[in-house]
Design a protein around this ligand. Sequence first.
Ligand SMILES: [Zn+2]
Ligand SMILES: [Zn+2]
Length: 341
Amino acid sequence: MKAVQVVGYHRPLELTEVSEPTVTGPFDVVVRIGGAGVCRTDLHILEGQWAEKSGVTLPYTIGHENAGWVHAVGAAVTNVAEGDKVIVHPLITCGLCRACRSGDDVHCAASRFPGIDTAGGYAEYLKTSARSVVKIDDALEPSDVAALADAGLTAYHAAAKAARRLRPGDRCVVIGAGGLGHIGVQVLKALTAAEIVVVDRNPDAVKLAETIGADHGVVADGSHVAAVLDLTGGDGAETVIDFVGEGGATRDGIAMLRRAGDYHVVGYGENIDVPTIDIISTEINLIGNLVGSYNDLCELMVLAAQGKVTLHTQKYPLDRFQDAIDDLDNGRVRGRAILTP
Ligand SMILES: [Zn+2]
Ligand SMILES: [Zn+2]
């Protein structure tokens, strides 16, 4: 089959012929790929940022945001059958460790990550496990939802975690209305009756956020902290979800937070610099968020099937992978780039 592989760091990807994955274990599932999302993490992989962390042996097939049709299943697989339309949770998990038994897939003690440390989905077929496939509604197309497997799942996990604490009338600030923030706003709108305030540097992104559920848009132009405090009666918001995490976003975001509020970190890059006396005297919570669980992905697929979460995509045939990478690198992708093998 055709597959796009990492052949070296700081070198372009290459389209090559490799053997098709086959079922070898009882819980194996082979998926015929309908859509593989092109993610900024893929650019970081090519820059070598993941080389040490993943320990992957080159060459290998990249791509961790995958959806398609079940092609073959192992003898013990009962939850999907050949032909089923599925989205693939990004991790292959063991099912036996304490984290797995709590439904906390991301912290599995023995997981593999196709596209990062083993063969991924920039290919005609992908091998995963029965624990990782989520059947999707007939109305959904794999190439439309593929990017929800990682980017969407991360945004869902944070927004749904925040929503469990938000009461009607509370205020939730979303910092960053790009790919992830855009999904986060739609999820908050679907799950809460909180007032949603979106902050972004880009006035167009703020405008777009207002059309998909934000109650207030604030352009981050230097007066945005004061603007949010104004909108919240001077007290700040009960919750801030930070999809940026760099360029001073955390300083501004914490200044927008109410006493005893929750600060969700999703985007990353800078250090958070808050005096500990402020943390105890205001009793704020700083909360990390990493991808999402299998159940998070199931829930996100319900919202997608209901039309409550949508994602704009730009599609490319597999052999135009370099155009997709270049377009992403040069900011020419609206929504998410998807390869359609
Ligand atoms: Zn990704
Ligand atoms: Zn596990």
